[in-house]
Design a protein around this ligand. Structure first.
Ligand SMILES: [Zn+2]
Length: 161
Protein backbone atom coordinates (compact mmCIF):
# COMPACT_ATOMS: atom_id res chain seq x y z
CA UNK A 1 0.00 0.00 0.00
CA UNK A 2 1.20 3.53 -0.73
CA UNK A 3 1.66 5.69 2.35
CA UNK A 4 -0.35 8.88 2.64
CA UNK A 5 1.54 12.14 2.86
CA UNK A 6 0.46 12.46 6.51
CA UNK A 7 2.02 9.07 7.27
CA UNK A 8 5.20 10.18 5.53
CA UNK A 9 5.22 13.42 7.52
CA UNK A 10 4.68 11.55 10.77
CA UNK A 11 7.46 9.05 10.14
CA UNK A 12 9.83 11.90 9.25
CA UNK A 13 9.33 13.67 12.59
CA UNK A 14 12.19 13.06 15.04
CA UNK A 15 9.66 13.55 17.87
CA UNK A 16 7.74 10.47 16.77
CA UNK A 17 9.29 7.38 18.35
CA UNK A 18 7.39 4.19 17.58
CA UNK A 19 8.44 0.73 18.73
CA UNK A 20 9.63 -1.56 15.91
CA UNK A 21 6.22 -3.30 15.61
CA UNK A 22 4.35 0.04 15.62
CA UNK A 23 6.71 1.38 12.96
CA UNK A 24 6.06 -1.69 10.82
CA UNK A 25 2.30 -1.21 11.24
CA UNK A 26 2.60 2.39 10.04
CA UNK A 27 4.79 1.43 7.10
CA UNK A 28 2.23 -1.19 6.08
CA UNK A 29 -0.16 1.63 5.19
CA UNK A 30 -2.99 -0.06 7.09
CA UNK A 31 -3.22 2.38 10.00
CA UNK A 32 -6.47 4.35 10.08
CA UNK A 33 -5.96 7.80 8.55
CA UNK A 34 -7.76 9.42 11.53
CA UNK A 35 -5.22 7.90 13.88
CA UNK A 36 -2.33 9.07 11.71
CA UNK A 37 -3.75 12.62 11.80
CA UNK A 38 -4.02 12.55 15.61
CA UNK A 39 -0.46 11.25 16.01
CA UNK A 40 0.86 13.84 13.57
CA UNK A 41 -0.92 16.64 15.46
CA UNK A 42 0.48 15.47 18.80
CA UNK A 43 4.00 14.76 17.53
CA UNK A 44 4.23 18.26 16.06
CA UNK A 45 4.07 19.56 19.64
CA UNK A 46 5.44 16.78 21.85
CA UNK A 47 7.76 13.80 21.58
CA UNK A 48 5.77 10.57 21.68
CA UNK A 49 6.92 7.05 22.56
CA UNK A 50 4.51 4.53 21.05
CA UNK A 51 4.41 0.94 22.24
CA UNK A 52 1.60 -0.66 20.24
CA UNK A 53 -0.71 -0.09 17.34
CA UNK A 54 -1.72 -3.56 16.14
CA UNK A 55 1.26 -5.91 16.07
CA UNK A 56 2.02 -7.33 19.49
CA UNK A 57 -1.36 -6.48 21.01
CA UNK A 58 -2.51 -9.58 22.87
CA UNK A 59 -6.22 -9.39 22.11
CA UNK A 60 -8.30 -10.87 19.33
CA UNK A 61 -10.82 -8.85 17.26
CA UNK A 62 -13.14 -8.87 20.28
CA UNK A 63 -12.12 -8.13 23.87
CA UNK A 64 -13.02 -10.52 26.64
CA UNK A 65 -15.88 -8.20 27.50
CA UNK A 66 -17.25 -8.64 23.96
CA UNK A 67 -16.26 -5.20 22.66
CA UNK A 68 -14.45 -4.52 19.40
CA UNK A 69 -10.67 -4.45 19.91
CA UNK A 70 -9.79 -1.37 17.90
CA UNK A 71 -6.07 -2.24 18.05
CA UNK A 72 -6.82 -5.25 15.88
CA UNK A 73 -8.21 -2.95 13.18
CA UNK A 74 -5.31 -0.44 13.25
CA UNK A 75 -7.54 2.17 14.89
CA UNK A 76 -5.84 2.39 18.30
CA UNK A 77 -2.52 3.44 19.73
CA UNK A 78 -0.83 3.16 23.12
CA UNK A 79 1.46 6.02 24.16
CA UNK A 80 3.87 5.13 26.96
CA UNK A 81 5.93 8.31 27.25
CA UNK A 82 5.69 11.99 26.31
CA UNK A 83 8.71 14.27 25.96
CA UNK A 84 10.81 11.44 27.36
CA UNK A 85 8.69 11.14 30.51
CA UNK A 86 6.92 7.86 31.17
CA UNK A 87 3.18 8.18 31.75
CA UNK A 88 3.55 6.15 34.94
CA UNK A 89 4.92 8.49 37.58
CA UNK A 90 4.26 11.65 35.55
CA UNK A 91 0.46 11.55 35.28
CA UNK A 92 0.03 15.26 36.02
CA UNK A 93 3.20 16.52 34.35
CA UNK A 94 2.31 19.65 32.30
CA UNK A 95 3.51 18.10 29.03
CA UNK A 96 1.50 14.94 29.55
CA UNK A 97 -1.57 16.92 30.56
CA UNK A 98 -1.06 19.15 27.50
CA UNK A 99 -1.51 16.14 25.23
CA UNK A 100 -4.99 15.75 26.74
CA UNK A 101 -5.71 19.42 26.02
CA UNK A 102 -4.56 19.08 22.41
CA UNK A 103 -6.85 16.08 22.00
CA UNK A 104 -9.76 18.04 23.45
CA UNK A 105 -9.09 20.88 20.98
CA UNK A 106 -9.66 18.57 18.00
CA UNK A 107 -13.08 18.55 16.42
CA UNK A 108 -15.40 15.78 17.68
CA UNK A 109 -15.05 13.87 14.41
CA UNK A 110 -11.25 14.09 14.43
CA UNK A 111 -10.89 13.16 18.11
CA UNK A 112 -10.60 9.53 19.26
CA UNK A 113 -13.79 8.48 21.03
CA UNK A 114 -12.00 6.23 23.49
CA UNK A 115 -9.34 8.15 25.40
CA UNK A 116 -8.10 6.20 28.41
CA UNK A 117 -5.37 7.03 30.89
CA UNK A 118 -4.44 7.13 34.57
CA UNK A 119 -6.86 8.49 37.19
CA UNK A 120 -4.71 11.52 38.08
CA UNK A 121 -4.41 12.51 34.40
CA UNK A 122 -8.17 12.45 33.94
CA UNK A 123 -8.70 14.22 37.27
CA UNK A 124 -6.46 17.08 36.12
CA UNK A 125 -8.13 17.43 32.72
CA UNK A 126 -11.73 16.98 33.91
CA UNK A 127 -13.10 16.28 30.44
CA UNK A 128 -16.26 14.31 29.92
CA UNK A 129 -17.09 10.92 28.51
CA UNK A 130 -19.19 12.54 25.78
CA UNK A 131 -15.97 14.15 24.53
CA UNK A 132 -14.26 10.74 24.44
CA UNK A 133 -12.44 10.89 27.80
CA UNK A 134 -13.36 7.67 29.59
CA UNK A 135 -12.67 8.18 33.27
CA UNK A 136 -13.67 5.35 35.59
CA UNK A 137 -11.74 3.41 38.26
CA UNK A 138 -11.75 0.11 36.34
CA UNK A 139 -10.24 1.52 33.16
CA UNK A 140 -7.98 4.03 34.93
CA UNK A 141 -6.30 1.05 36.58
CA UNK A 142 -5.82 -0.81 33.27
CA UNK A 143 -4.39 2.35 31.67
CA UNK A 144 -2.30 3.44 34.65
CA UNK A 145 0.93 3.44 32.63
CA UNK A 146 -0.15 4.52 29.15
CA UNK A 147 -2.59 6.62 27.20
CA UNK A 148 -4.84 4.62 24.91
CA UNK A 149 -6.44 6.50 22.00
CA UNK A 150 -8.83 4.75 19.66
CA UNK A 151 -11.55 5.19 17.13
CA UNK A 152 -14.22 2.65 17.92
CA UNK A 153 -16.17 2.93 14.70
CA UNK A 154 -15.02 2.26 11.17
CA UNK A 155 -16.11 5.76 10.20
CA UNK A 156 -17.06 8.75 12.33
CA UNK A 157 -16.96 8.90 16.12
CA UNK A 158 -19.31 8.71 19.09
CA UNK A 159 -18.17 12.09 20.41
CA UNK A 160 -21.09 14.39 21.23
CA UNK A 161 -19.02 17.52 21.85
ZN1 LIG B 1 -4.56 0.29 23.91
Amino acid sequence: MVLTSQSEQLLALPTFKPSAPALADLKSGNVDTRLVFVLLTLAQQHALDISTIKTGHPMEPKTRGGFVNSHYYYRAVDIIAIDGKSIAGHETDPDIVDVGRILRSLSPQDRPDHIFGPAAWHATLRYTSTAGFKNDPFHNQIYADHLHLSFELETGTDNQE
